[in-house]
Design a protein around this ligand. Structure first.
Ligand code: ATP
Length: 376
């Protein structure tokens, strides 16, 4: 379970022009993608977007219609799955029901004719924290424990890359969250490349160093979780990763690093660096702001809103108490159904449905999208 030699780049995954068609249907448009050795990479997208097909092409379980797959310097495109230095964990982890945990994990070694497996299996079971359960049968384990056996079984042959296809999909939410942290810990400990397929944005953000957001067979955006959240470049990404309020606007001026846009009769500012639209005067932009970045002030106190903040007016449609914060839906001329999450500290009792309010936020938290982006 020691970290691989840093000079060994065998765990880099490089896809070049890789694509898949089924008859006239394109499941994956030719795409280029590099996953760095030793990183945790997530392919994220809704059902049917092509993420599993992409993973299966890395595994060799699906033959690409175009392009190549490299693992390190080796072109593995023509190699069958068992000759690739990868292993896959599926959602249905299919442990051998008649074998105990120890023998399930030992299976890969025994198949290769290795006789003395005890030490390696014990190491693996320690890694997934199942040392105490070695003599149990799969049906005596919880779902999360079974999944950890599947991970140990996949890691015992020291693959350079571990592929995970919705491995937590069958678990309930609480267990899922625990297993996310557990998988991340295991990946950090073994230091090999993990490529993880999921439709759950929170899961991808929790675990991955980098995330590729897929939509309709294409990678829409690739980046660190923070980058995708802070600087989405398409409306799909802005809405798939959390909620975004999007305001239709038109570029007014560019002053230094800042961009000023006109929206619903007022002006809003945003950092030029956070706008993925071409910033020509008169150009259409969608201005985005996350619900948790917004403050809400009753219209009677509008004068107390500090200078320099972006502001729009509206009327509260509904409010729901959700513990740490209150979620408001506000009808605004600038953006129908504007969502605001306000912290419950010093909540103003006048902020009830029907109240006229000013929504305001720091321009630095604002991002801009190209309003004319082709809908993929
Ligand atoms: P899910 O999360 O539901 O598994 P996904 O994003 O992993 O979805 P894929 O399984 O990669 O999606 O499938 C991408 C598209 O390709 C889907 O529209 C699917 O119907 C189609 N597809 C997959 N396998 C085949 C096949 N063997 N023949 C025809 N179409 C297929």
């Amino acid at each position: 379970t020691s970290r691989p030699d840093a000079a060994d780049r065998g765990g880099d995954v490089r896809l070049t022009g890789i694509g898949k068609t089924y008859g006239s249907f394109t499941a994956v448009h030719p795409l280029d993608l590099t996953v760095e050795q030793g990183s945790f990479f997530a392919l994220l997208g809704a059902s049917g977007c092509g993420k599993t097909t992409t993973l299966r092409m890395i595994a060799g379980l699906e033959e690409p219609s175009s392009g190549t797959v490299h693992l390190g310097d080796q072109d593995v495109t023509a190699l069958p799955p068992y000759k690739r230095p990868v292993n896959t964990v599926f959602q249905s982890y299919a442990l051998f029901p008649h074998l105990d945990v120890h023998e399930n994990v030992a299976f890969g070694l025994r198949r290769r004719g290795i006789k003395s497996v005890k030490k390696q299996v014990a190491e693996m079971l320690d890694l997934v924290q199942l040392g105490e359960q070695a003599r149990k049968k799969p049906h005596q384990l919880s779902g999360g424990q079974q999944q950890r056996v599947a991970v140990a079984r996949a890691l015992i042959n020291h693959p350079k890359v571990l592929l995970l296809d919705e491995p937590l999909g069958a678990l309930d939410l609480k267990l899922r969250r625990r297993m996310q942290l557990e998988l991340k810990r295991i990946q950090t400990e073994v230091g090999i490349t993990f490529v993880h397929v999921t439709h759950d944005q929170e899961e991808a953000m929790t675990m991955a160093d980098r995330v590729a957001v897929m939509n309709a067979g294409r990678v829409e955006q690739l980046g660190t979780p923070a980058d995708l959240y802070e600087n989405p470049r398409t409306t799909f990404v802005a809405n798939f990763l959390g909620t975004s309020n999007l305001i239709e606007a038109e570029v007014d001026t560019r002053g230094g690093d800042d961009l000023v846009v006109r929206a619903a009769g007022g002006k809003l500012a945003l950092p030029g660096a956070r706008c993925s639209a071409p910033a020509k005067a008169g150009g259409k932009v969608l201005v985005g702001i996350r619900p948790e970045k917004i403050s809400l002030t009753h219209a009677d106190d509008a004068g107390s809103v500090p200078e320099g903040r972006n502001r729009v007016t509206g009327r509260i449609r509904s409010s729901s108490f959700i513990g740490v914060s209150t979620q408001y839906v506000v009808d605004c001329p600038a953006c129908p159904e504007f969502e605001v999450y306000a912290q419950n500290i010093d909540r103003d009792p006048r902020l009830a449905p029907g109240a006229d309010v000013v929504l305001h936020w720091d321009p630095a938290h604002t991002f801009g999208l190209d309003a004319d982006q082709s809908v993929l």
